[in-house]
Design a protein around this ligand. Structure first.
Ligand code: RAM
Length: 335
């Protein structure tokens, strides 16, 4: 009897072992964003969530409350310790996270940057929301139209280290060189660090320092929403025009009352969704991040990897959409 029992026990142990070996460990993505509490990134996380249900991976997500590079490094170190399969990051400092991400890549972790890129040495692929030159151009065209192609404008950006905003601002400056903008003067670029209070104060500072200011471009969802409130609080609604990149849910009231006539954004849910599909394709070995490789991005269709011109590669997700008081009701509950 004893012998039979121990045979049964041994058989059960073998079976358990076989099951454990056969069962595939789910892929885990560690998502890092610029800061916690920003609804833009919450929408991005919804894209990861949607993709996770379709592809069957798990993901964890986090961002430092203070938008710092150091905070992101700590989160990445945690992900390396947890042995995630991929890290998908919107970086606060494109250069600042290269070293820790190289450590991750040395351990076999795939690195995909999304939204705001990491320098080429610290990533396998970048997922860009849209053609950067176009993003810069449409905002200049918009503010120029609104102020009648004449007068002072300022830019209220996120942080001075944010690669996405810096790239768009460089293209705005290039656009402003065109003869049709000869009478427009860009007086300054200020930084609200994607913190609501600081962005609000910077907008107040602009109003106080430049009495002739006609328009503001704020290419950040945090900045443009804070700027709208400051403009209203200081009684400048309609006198200082405002455009930028805004989240419909945060900008609906400001569009409805005309403080902001029009602003732009791509779909942040799609951005997270595309970054998730790219990360999984990379972990599964379907792509390595090389120019010309293609992969299936679910409901978004196929994406082809292109040369980013910075020593690395990238893909594009979608186009910016122009939101106004007329169409905002269709979008304010979406993201
Ligand atoms: C803020 C962040 C983000 C940017 C959007 C437009 O939420 O700075 O990186 O893409 O604005």
């Amino acid at each position: 009897m004893k012998r039979i029992l121990s045979l049964i026990l041994a058989a059960m142990m073998l079976l358990g072992l076989a099951l454990a070996v056969g069962a595939e460990e789910p892929i885990t993505i560690g998502v890092v964003y610029k800061q916690s509490g920003n609804p833009f990134f919450e929408a991005g996380v919804r894209g990861f969530d949607e993709a996770s249900k379709e592809l069957g991976f798990t993901f964890i997500h986090n961002g430092p409350a203070d938008s710092s590079n150091e905070g992101q490094i700590q989160i990445i170190e945690g992900y390396i310790q947890q042995e995630v399969d991929a890290i998908a990051i919107s970086a606060n400092d494109a250069a600042g996270v290269v070293s820790v991400l190289q450590t991750a890549m040395d351990k076999g972790i795939k690195v995909v940057s999304w939204d705001s890129k990491v320098e080429a040495a610290g990533r396998n692929l970048n997922v860009d929301p849209s053609v950067a030159q176009n993003i810069g151009r449409v905002q200049v065209e918009e503010i120029a139209k609104q102020i009648g192609y004449e007068g002072q404008i300022a830019i209220l950006s996120a942080a001075a280290t944010h690669d996405n905003q810096n790239t768009w601002i460089a293209y705005m400056k290039e656009e402003l060189e065109k003869p049709e903008y000869d009478k427009i003067e860009l007086v300054t670029v200020v930084y609200g660090d994607d913190l609501t209070d600081k962005s609000y104060q910077e907008m107040q500072g602009l109003i106080n320092s430049y009495p002739d200011l006609k328009g503001v471009i704020s290419p950040t969802t945090v900045g443009v929403a804070a700027a709208a409130v400051a403009i209203k609080d200081m009684g400048m609604s309609g006198k200082i025009k405002l455009t930028g990149l805004g989240l419909p849910s945060e900008m609906a009231d400001h569009l409805a009352d005309g403080t902001c006539e029009a602003m732009f954004l791509w779909n942040p849910i799609d951005l997270g969704y595309a970054a998730a599909y790219a990360s999984i394709a990379m972990v599964k070995g379907d792509i390595t991040g090389a120019v010309g490789e293609k992969f299936d991005a679910g409901r978004l269709g196929e994406r082809e990897i292109m040369d980013a011109g910075d020593g690395g590669t990238f893909i594009l997700v979608g186009d910016p959409f122009r939101f106004t008081g007329e169409n905002i009701d269709d979008w304010k509950n979406v993201y």
